[in-house]
Design a binder for this molecule. Structure first.
Ligand SMILES: [Zn+2]
Length: 312
Protein backbone atom coordinates (compact mmCIF):
# COMPACT_ATOMS: atom_id res chain seq x y z
CA UNK A 1 0.00 0.00 0.00
CA UNK A 2 1.10 3.57 -0.62
CA UNK A 3 0.06 7.06 0.47
CA UNK A 4 0.30 10.59 -0.93
CA UNK A 5 1.41 13.59 1.08
CA UNK A 6 -0.21 16.96 0.32
CA UNK A 7 1.24 20.23 1.59
CA UNK A 8 -0.26 23.72 1.66
CA UNK A 9 2.14 26.61 2.24
CA UNK A 10 0.62 29.85 3.42
CA UNK A 11 2.22 33.02 4.73
CA UNK A 12 0.86 32.31 8.22
CA UNK A 13 0.31 28.52 8.28
CA UNK A 14 1.91 25.39 6.91
CA UNK A 15 -0.35 22.34 6.58
CA UNK A 16 0.49 18.79 5.64
CA UNK A 17 -1.62 15.65 5.41
CA UNK A 18 -1.24 12.05 4.25
CA UNK A 19 -3.90 10.24 2.20
CA UNK A 20 -4.63 6.72 1.01
CA UNK A 21 -4.90 6.55 -2.81
CA UNK A 22 -8.70 6.46 -3.03
CA UNK A 23 -9.56 8.86 -0.21
CA UNK A 24 -9.80 12.58 0.46
CA UNK A 25 -9.98 11.96 4.23
CA UNK A 26 -6.50 12.45 5.68
CA UNK A 27 -4.83 9.58 7.55
CA UNK A 28 -2.79 12.19 9.47
CA UNK A 29 -3.05 15.97 9.29
CA UNK A 30 -0.90 18.63 10.99
CA UNK A 31 -0.48 22.39 10.88
CA UNK A 32 2.05 24.86 12.31
CA UNK A 33 2.89 28.55 11.96
CA UNK A 34 5.03 29.27 8.92
CA UNK A 35 7.33 31.62 10.78
CA UNK A 36 8.96 31.09 14.13
CA UNK A 37 12.29 32.49 15.39
CA UNK A 38 13.48 29.01 16.45
CA UNK A 39 13.67 27.48 12.96
CA UNK A 40 13.50 28.44 9.26
CA UNK A 41 10.27 27.93 7.27
CA UNK A 42 11.99 25.16 5.26
CA UNK A 43 13.07 23.31 8.43
CA UNK A 44 9.57 23.69 9.83
CA UNK A 45 8.07 22.36 6.60
CA UNK A 46 10.36 19.31 6.66
CA UNK A 47 9.49 18.65 10.30
CA UNK A 48 5.77 18.93 9.52
CA UNK A 49 5.99 16.48 6.60
CA UNK A 50 7.87 13.99 8.84
CA UNK A 51 5.02 14.19 11.33
CA UNK A 52 2.44 12.98 8.78
CA UNK A 53 4.76 10.38 7.22
CA UNK A 54 3.11 6.92 7.24
CA UNK A 55 4.45 4.35 9.66
CA UNK A 56 4.20 1.35 7.35
CA UNK A 57 3.00 2.44 3.89
CA UNK A 58 5.48 3.90 1.42
CA UNK A 59 5.02 7.44 0.04
CA UNK A 60 4.35 7.66 -3.73
CA UNK A 61 5.08 11.40 -3.78
CA UNK A 62 4.72 14.76 -2.08
CA UNK A 63 2.70 17.52 -3.78
CA UNK A 64 2.97 21.12 -2.62
CA UNK A 65 0.72 24.16 -3.12
CA UNK A 66 3.05 27.17 -2.98
CA UNK A 67 2.02 30.82 -2.67
CA UNK A 68 2.80 33.23 -5.48
CA UNK A 69 4.32 32.62 -8.90
CA UNK A 70 5.89 29.17 -9.10
CA UNK A 71 7.75 27.24 -11.80
CA UNK A 72 6.04 23.83 -11.73
CA UNK A 73 8.51 22.36 -14.27
CA UNK A 74 11.63 23.07 -12.21
CA UNK A 75 9.82 23.10 -8.85
CA UNK A 76 11.04 26.56 -7.94
CA UNK A 77 9.14 29.12 -5.85
CA UNK A 78 9.70 32.27 -7.92
CA UNK A 79 8.22 34.76 -5.47
CA UNK A 80 6.90 34.30 -1.93
CA UNK A 81 6.06 37.80 -0.69
CA UNK A 82 5.14 36.59 2.82
CA UNK A 83 8.06 34.20 3.41
CA UNK A 84 11.42 35.98 3.64
CA UNK A 85 14.24 34.27 1.76
CA UNK A 86 12.03 32.05 -0.39
CA UNK A 87 12.20 34.02 -3.65
CA UNK A 88 13.85 31.66 -6.15
CA UNK A 89 13.87 28.72 -3.68
CA UNK A 90 14.35 25.32 -5.43
CA UNK A 91 11.79 23.70 -3.12
CA UNK A 92 11.34 20.50 -5.17
CA UNK A 93 15.09 19.75 -5.06
CA UNK A 94 15.31 20.50 -1.32
CA UNK A 95 12.42 18.19 -0.47
CA UNK A 96 13.49 15.39 -2.85
CA UNK A 97 17.00 15.40 -1.37
CA UNK A 98 15.59 15.34 2.16
CA UNK A 99 12.80 12.76 1.76
CA UNK A 100 14.07 10.65 -1.22
CA UNK A 101 10.63 10.54 -2.91
CA UNK A 102 9.32 12.48 -5.96
CA UNK A 103 8.00 15.98 -5.29
CA UNK A 104 5.67 18.17 -7.41
CA UNK A 105 4.95 21.84 -6.86
CA UNK A 106 2.25 24.17 -8.16
CA UNK A 107 0.95 27.69 -7.64
CA UNK A 108 -1.79 27.61 -5.01
CA UNK A 109 -4.51 29.26 -7.14
CA UNK A 110 -3.76 26.95 -10.09
CA UNK A 111 -3.96 23.96 -7.77
CA UNK A 112 -7.18 25.26 -6.22
CA UNK A 113 -8.66 25.07 -9.73
CA UNK A 114 -7.37 21.50 -10.04
CA UNK A 115 -8.78 20.62 -6.61
CA UNK A 116 -12.24 22.08 -7.32
CA UNK A 117 -12.26 20.22 -10.65
CA UNK A 118 -11.31 16.82 -9.18
CA UNK A 119 -13.03 16.98 -5.79
CA UNK A 120 -15.31 20.03 -5.65
CA UNK A 121 -17.70 22.23 -7.64
CA UNK A 122 -16.08 21.34 -10.99
CA UNK A 123 -16.59 17.58 -10.99
CA UNK A 124 -17.83 16.35 -14.38
CA UNK A 125 -16.79 19.48 -16.29
CA UNK A 126 -14.03 19.37 -18.91
CA UNK A 127 -13.49 23.13 -19.29
CA UNK A 128 -13.65 25.49 -16.34
CA UNK A 129 -12.35 28.76 -14.97
CA UNK A 130 -11.64 29.15 -11.25
CA UNK A 131 -11.28 32.59 -9.71
CA UNK A 132 -10.45 33.28 -6.08
CA UNK A 133 -11.30 36.79 -4.93
CA UNK A 134 -9.84 37.67 -1.54
CA UNK A 135 -6.92 39.94 -0.57
CA UNK A 136 -5.76 39.52 -4.17
CA UNK A 137 -7.27 37.71 -7.15
CA UNK A 138 -5.84 34.41 -8.36
CA UNK A 139 -7.09 31.80 -10.73
CA UNK A 140 -6.68 28.63 -12.69
CA UNK A 141 -7.95 27.19 -15.95
CA UNK A 142 -8.89 23.62 -16.75
CA UNK A 143 -9.17 23.13 -20.48
CA UNK A 144 -9.75 19.77 -22.18
CA UNK A 145 -9.39 18.05 -18.78
CA UNK A 146 -5.94 19.51 -18.13
CA UNK A 147 -4.62 22.26 -15.90
CA UNK A 148 -3.27 25.02 -18.14
CA UNK A 149 0.35 25.78 -17.14
CA UNK A 150 1.92 27.68 -20.04
CA UNK A 151 5.52 27.76 -21.24
CA UNK A 152 7.02 28.77 -17.90
CA UNK A 153 4.15 27.65 -15.70
CA UNK A 154 2.91 31.21 -15.33
CA UNK A 155 -0.45 30.81 -17.10
CA UNK A 156 -3.83 31.84 -15.67
CA UNK A 157 -2.92 34.92 -13.63
CA UNK A 158 -6.57 35.86 -14.05
CA UNK A 159 -6.45 38.75 -11.57
CA UNK A 160 -3.79 40.53 -13.59
CA UNK A 161 -5.64 41.20 -16.83
CA UNK A 162 -6.00 44.88 -17.71
CA UNK A 163 -9.58 46.11 -17.45
CA UNK A 164 -8.75 49.85 -17.57
CA UNK A 165 -5.55 51.40 -18.90
CA UNK A 166 -4.13 53.85 -16.31
CA UNK A 167 -6.56 52.51 -13.69
CA UNK A 168 -5.62 52.17 -10.00
CA UNK A 169 -2.26 50.64 -9.06
CA UNK A 170 -2.45 46.85 -8.71
CA UNK A 171 -0.68 44.82 -6.00
CA UNK A 172 1.74 43.65 -8.73
CA UNK A 173 2.86 47.20 -9.55
CA UNK A 174 1.00 47.58 -12.87
CA UNK A 175 -1.99 49.91 -13.26
CA UNK A 176 -5.55 48.92 -14.12
CA UNK A 177 -5.57 45.16 -13.52
CA UNK A 178 -8.80 43.42 -12.42
CA UNK A 179 -7.31 42.93 -8.93
CA UNK A 180 -7.07 46.71 -8.47
CA UNK A 181 -10.89 46.98 -8.82
CA UNK A 182 -12.37 43.79 -7.44
CA UNK A 183 -10.10 42.29 -4.74
CA UNK A 184 -11.09 42.63 -1.10
CA UNK A 185 -8.23 45.08 -0.64
CA UNK A 186 -9.40 47.17 -3.61
CA UNK A 187 -13.00 47.25 -2.32
CA UNK A 188 -11.85 48.42 1.13
CA UNK A 189 -9.36 51.04 -0.15
CA UNK A 190 -11.78 52.50 -2.73
CA UNK A 191 -14.54 52.83 -0.09
CA UNK A 192 -12.09 54.60 2.26
CA UNK A 193 -11.07 56.98 -0.53
CA UNK A 194 -14.70 57.78 -1.42
CA UNK A 195 -15.53 58.51 2.24
CA UNK A 196 -12.42 60.73 2.49
CA UNK A 197 -13.68 62.56 -0.62
CA UNK A 198 -16.92 63.33 1.22
CA UNK A 199 -19.29 60.71 -0.23
CA UNK A 200 -21.92 60.03 2.49
CA UNK A 201 -21.81 56.58 4.10
CA UNK A 202 -22.74 54.82 7.32
CA UNK A 203 -19.13 53.58 7.47
CA UNK A 204 -16.69 55.56 9.62
CA UNK A 205 -14.31 58.08 8.03
CA UNK A 206 -10.56 57.94 8.63
CA UNK A 207 -10.53 54.25 9.57
CA UNK A 208 -9.10 51.17 7.94
CA UNK A 209 -12.00 49.21 6.45
CA UNK A 210 -12.26 45.62 5.25
CA UNK A 211 -14.24 44.17 2.36
CA UNK A 212 -16.34 42.32 4.93
CA UNK A 213 -17.34 45.60 6.64
CA UNK A 214 -18.19 47.11 3.25
CA UNK A 215 -20.33 44.07 2.39
CA UNK A 216 -22.16 44.29 5.73
CA UNK A 217 -22.85 48.00 5.16
CA UNK A 218 -24.12 47.23 1.65
CA UNK A 219 -26.51 44.61 3.04
CA UNK A 220 -27.82 47.24 5.48
CA UNK A 221 -28.59 49.54 2.54
CA UNK A 222 -25.51 51.80 2.52
CA UNK A 223 -25.49 53.36 -0.96
CA UNK A 224 -21.73 53.92 -1.19
CA UNK A 225 -20.93 50.37 -0.06
CA UNK A 226 -23.48 48.98 -2.53
CA UNK A 227 -22.01 50.98 -5.41
CA UNK A 228 -18.44 49.88 -4.61
CA UNK A 229 -19.44 46.19 -4.64
CA UNK A 230 -21.44 46.75 -7.85
CA UNK A 231 -18.33 48.30 -9.39
CA UNK A 232 -16.28 45.25 -8.39
CA UNK A 233 -18.94 42.94 -9.88
CA UNK A 234 -19.05 44.94 -13.09
CA UNK A 235 -15.27 44.70 -13.59
CA UNK A 236 -15.36 40.98 -12.75
CA UNK A 237 -17.98 40.58 -15.50
CA UNK A 238 -15.73 42.38 -18.00
CA UNK A 239 -12.78 40.13 -17.15
CA UNK A 240 -14.87 36.94 -17.18
CA UNK A 241 -16.29 37.85 -20.61
CA UNK A 242 -12.68 37.96 -21.81
CA UNK A 243 -11.97 34.55 -20.27
CA UNK A 244 -15.09 33.11 -21.95
CA UNK A 245 -13.88 34.35 -25.34
CA UNK A 246 -10.48 32.72 -24.84
CA UNK A 247 -11.35 29.45 -23.07
CA UNK A 248 -15.08 28.87 -23.69
CA UNK A 249 -15.61 27.13 -20.32
CA UNK A 250 -18.89 25.51 -19.25
CA UNK A 251 -18.36 26.52 -15.62
CA UNK A 252 -16.95 29.52 -13.76
CA UNK A 253 -16.16 28.80 -10.09
CA UNK A 254 -15.84 31.77 -7.76
CA UNK A 255 -14.03 31.38 -4.44
CA UNK A 256 -12.55 33.65 -1.77
CA UNK A 257 -14.04 35.86 0.94
CA UNK A 258 -15.40 38.55 -1.39
CA UNK A 259 -17.94 36.05 -2.80
CA UNK A 260 -19.68 36.18 0.61
CA UNK A 261 -21.23 39.40 -0.74
CA UNK A 262 -23.52 37.04 -2.69
CA UNK A 263 -25.98 38.59 -5.12
CA UNK A 264 -24.77 42.11 -4.31
CA UNK A 265 -21.71 41.07 -6.31
CA UNK A 266 -23.15 38.38 -8.58
CA UNK A 267 -26.10 40.34 -10.05
CA UNK A 268 -23.93 43.17 -11.49
CA UNK A 269 -21.38 40.53 -12.52
CA UNK A 270 -24.00 38.65 -14.57
CA UNK A 271 -25.33 41.87 -16.15
CA UNK A 272 -21.81 42.98 -17.06
CA UNK A 273 -21.04 39.55 -18.49
CA UNK A 274 -24.07 39.76 -20.78
CA UNK A 275 -23.04 43.26 -21.88
CA UNK A 276 -19.50 42.28 -22.78
CA UNK A 277 -19.81 38.86 -24.35
CA UNK A 278 -19.64 38.90 -28.17
CA UNK A 279 -22.07 36.05 -28.80
CA UNK A 280 -24.80 34.58 -26.58
CA UNK A 281 -23.40 31.12 -27.41
CA UNK A 282 -20.76 31.64 -24.72
CA UNK A 283 -23.50 31.93 -22.10
CA UNK A 284 -25.49 28.86 -23.26
CA UNK A 285 -25.43 26.36 -20.42
CA UNK A 286 -22.72 28.40 -18.69
CA UNK A 287 -22.84 27.83 -14.95
CA UNK A 288 -21.46 30.27 -12.39
CA UNK A 289 -21.04 28.53 -9.05
CA UNK A 290 -19.35 29.17 -5.73
CA UNK A 291 -16.31 27.13 -4.72
CA UNK A 292 -17.10 24.34 -2.25
CA UNK A 293 -13.72 23.27 -0.81
CA UNK A 294 -13.39 26.33 1.44
CA UNK A 295 -10.48 26.32 3.84
CA UNK A 296 -9.34 22.89 2.59
CA UNK A 297 -8.77 24.02 -0.97
CA UNK A 298 -4.97 24.25 -0.62
CA UNK A 299 -4.59 20.66 0.60
CA UNK A 300 -7.20 19.34 -1.85
CA UNK A 301 -5.42 21.10 -4.71
CA UNK A 302 -2.10 19.59 -3.71
CA UNK A 303 -3.77 16.17 -3.37
CA UNK A 304 -5.24 16.53 -6.88
CA UNK A 305 -1.73 17.32 -8.14
CA UNK A 306 -0.40 14.22 -6.34
CA UNK A 307 -3.05 12.08 -8.06
CA UNK A 308 -2.07 13.38 -11.51
CA UNK A 309 1.70 13.28 -10.91
CA UNK A 310 2.07 10.14 -8.80
CA UNK A 311 -0.68 7.73 -9.86
CA UNK A 312 1.84 5.12 -8.61
ZN1 LIG B 1 -1.68 43.14 -11.25
Amino acid sequence: MYQHIAVDIGGTQLRAASYLPDSTQPVKIKRIHTQDPRSSPLERLQMLISEVWPEEDRVAGIAVAAPGPTDPYRGVVLEAPNIPGWDGLPLKTHLENHFKVPVAIGNDANLAALGEWKFGAGRGHHHLIYLTISTGIGGGVITDDRLLLGGHGLAAELGHVTVMPDGPMCGCGVKGHLESFASGTAIARFTEAEIARGVPSSLPAGQTLTARLVAEAARSGDLLATSVIMRAGTFLGIAIANYLHIFNPTLVILGGGVTLSGNLLLDPLRTSLQNHVMNPGYLDDLKIELAVLGDNVGLMGALALAHTQFPD
